[in-house]
Design a protein around this ligand. Structure first.
Ligand code: BDR
Ligand code: CA
Length: 315
């Protein structure tokens, strides 16, 4: 069993990813931590509770940061995820409540209690992870892996021409995380812009069970966004791809690199990737660790893997 803490800002693609993780036979989700991002954190929490209830494992939700470390929230992309983060589908509230314990504190406690046996999965802005590291830097050596959906090496950006949204939304937090020494796997746009969930795949999902019907329903605005902006007949599969990089690393290729995050206005949130095996004329001299930057993926296998696990979604 892979023990994970799932840090998220649901969000339509987060919902796909979270249902996959919660229902996966080899994943044990120790807790869900929420963060602002696609929606305000209160809405993230509300949505995480709905998804947790749907998977029926009693997974507890811990609310985290409502804003970036040193900035104000720029905006919430309701034109992508809906005002409610679930495609404006007006979902009934879960009967469960979030824990009173703060997300960063939960992360610290859990890592200290299960040293060497926890994988963090972060598919929203990295604020909760950065807060945990700031409060207890010793956790860096006690985590198996931190899988990040975020950043970009050569693929350019999505929220700006050079920045991926999760990193852009809190670049200071991302920089703390990339220099923390945590064993990071960066699943950025180099990979997620190659994984495409088609309308046909979504129809297939919806024929499987109620979770699939729910996912199809919440995807309408999300799909429309991709149609309007990129003339795509489907959508990118960002956050679920990141989780599948953990369950099926054999589908991916990576390079070792040091990653730096821009905090400048024009390039805010850009991830600058210095490969281990490529010497530049100038290098940045610091002792940060190399991380794994995923850059290629067997896209069809990612989608089939998702659909295979989805057949056994409990609801
Ligand atoms: C990331 O940004 C969010 O909008 C998505 O949920 C995903 O985590 C993609 O850039
Ligand atoms: Ca997300």
């Amino acid at each position: 069993m892979i023990n994970i803490i799932f840090d998220t800002d649901p969000g339509v693609d987060d919902a796909f990813a979270l249902l996959y993780a919660l229902n996966h036979p080899n994943i044990n989700v120790l807790g869900i931590t929420t963060v602002f991002g696609n929606v305000p954190v209160e809405t993230s929490t509300k949505n995480a509770l709905i998804l947790s209830e749907m998977a029926n494992k009693g997974t507890i939700v811990y609310q985290g940061a409502n804003k970036p470390l040193d900035r104000k929230v720029t905006n919430y992309p309701s034109f992508i995820h809906g005002h409610d983060g679930l495609g404006d589908t007006n979902q009934p509230q879960s009967k469960f409540n979030a824990s009173k314990l703060d997300a960063a504190q939960f992360i610290i406690n859990e890592i200290n209690e299960n040293s060497g046996n926890i994988n963090l999965v972060a598919v929203g802005p990295l604020t909760n992870i950065a807060n945990a590291i700031k409060q207890d830097p010793s956790i860096a050596n006690k985590v198996n892996s931190l899988l990040i959906m975020g950043g970009s090496w050569l693929a350019g950006g999505n929220i700006t021409p050079v920045a991926e949204a999760n990193i852009y939304n809190d670049p200071e937090a991302a920089e703390i995380v990339f220099k923390s020494g945590l064993p990071i796997i960066m699943v950025g746009l180099d990979v997620t812009h190659k994984v495409f969930l088609s309308q046909k795949d979504i129809d297939k999902l919806s024929s499987l069970n109620n979770s699939g019907k729910f996912l199809k329903k919440i995807s309408n605005i999300y799909i429309k966004f991709y149609k309007d902006t990129r003339n795509m007949d489907g959508c990118f599969f960002h956050d679920a791809t990141a989780v599948i990089a953990m369950t099926n690393p054999e589908f991916f290729k990576y390079k070792n690199a040091k990653v730096y995050v821009s905090k400048d206005n024009l390039t805010r949130g850009q991830t600058v990737v210095y490969l281990k095996d490529l010497k530049h004329e100038t290098t940045i001299n610091d002792d940060r660790d190399f991380v794994k930057v995923l850059y290629d993926v067997e896209s069809k296998n990612v989608i089939s893997e998702y659909l295979k696990v989805a057949e056994n979604f409990i609801y």
